[in-house]
Design a protein around this ligand. Structure first.
Ligand SMILES: N[C@@H](CCC(=O)N[C@@H](CS)C(=O)NCC(=O)O)C(=O)O
Length: 241
């Protein structure tokens, strides 16, 4: 059976990591059996979570893992997509994972002492003190360095959140009147969308982009729908701070 290595759960959502939440959602959407091993990125092949082990082989990066799963376990989710819908799927995935993701990271790791405290407690919950604080401080420097490298970490907060607000408005408009991001049937991009959006809406930090997202009923309803369908044991997501 596949072993999914990821952060421990937190906040009544699948995972405090957008990519771990995405991959576990994908596994459930595709009906693939797995077991969970809780860990930290230091133990991952490329220093990032999630990764999986299957038949003695370790695979990292949710995009690479999903391609592998599609090849080895069948592609029940994206087989019906037209070329045009597949192109849209890729574009949405990039917006969510390569841009809106970083806006959310900024609000957790760089924006406000209370947000950082909440984030730190969830991510490093498995470590004893004072190790947890030491490791968290090192990781915070590392993630801030990544955000500077991306560019978003160099901008004033107001600009970061305005950029994020535009992403959120775009996804909200695309979801309007639809059950899933590409229409009436679920596809793999819904795993990305739910992984990122549930971490924006139901992570108990505060930010202007989250305040805006909470006004978008299409997003709130979508996250609620996805959680009830794929993670019923978690119950109602706790939206808000
Ligand atoms: N492209 C990767 C991104 C994974 C990723 O960025 N994971 C974060 C957690 S959300 C991580 O482990 N970061 C630790 C680090 O960069 O040191 C994927 O799709 O899996």
């Amino acid at each position: 059976m596949i072993t999914l290595h990821q952060f421990p759960r937190a906040w009544n959502i699948p995972n405090p990591s957008q990519f771990c939440a995405k991959l576990e959602t994908y596994l459930r959407m595709a009906g693939i059996e797995y077991r969970i091993a809780e860990t930290l990125p230091i133990y991952a092949p490329f220093g990032k979570l999630p990764f999986i082990e299957d038949n003695g082989q370790k695979l990292a990066d949710s995009r690479v893992i999903i391609c592998y799963l599609q090849q080895h376990y069948g592609d029940s989710l994206d087989g019906h997509l037209s070329a045009e819908k597949s192109a849209r799927s890729l574009a949405w995935q990039r917006l969510l994972e390569e841009h809106l993701y970083w806006v959310c990271m900024y609000s957790r790791w760089q924006y406000g002492a209370e947000n950082w405290r909440i984030n730190k407690r969830a991510i490093f919950q498995g470590l004893p003190q004072p190790l947890a604080d030491l490791v968290a401080a090192r990781y915070r420097l590392r993630i801030k360095g990544q955000m500077r490298g991306h560019g978003i970490g160099r901008l004033p907060a107001a600009q970061v959140f305005e950029l994020g607000r535009r992403d959120v408005a775009a996804v909200s408009a695309a979801l309007h009147g639809k059950t899933f991001l590409l229409g009436d049937r679920p596809s793999s991009v819904d795993a990305s969308a739910y992984g990122v959006l549930i971490n924006l809406l139901a992570c108990p930090v505060t930010s202007p982009v989250k305040d805006y997202a909470l006004t978008q009923s299409a997003l709130v309803d979508y996250c609620r729908r996805m959680q009830f369908r794929y993670f019923p044991e978690l119950g109602e997501p706790q939206f808000g701070a």
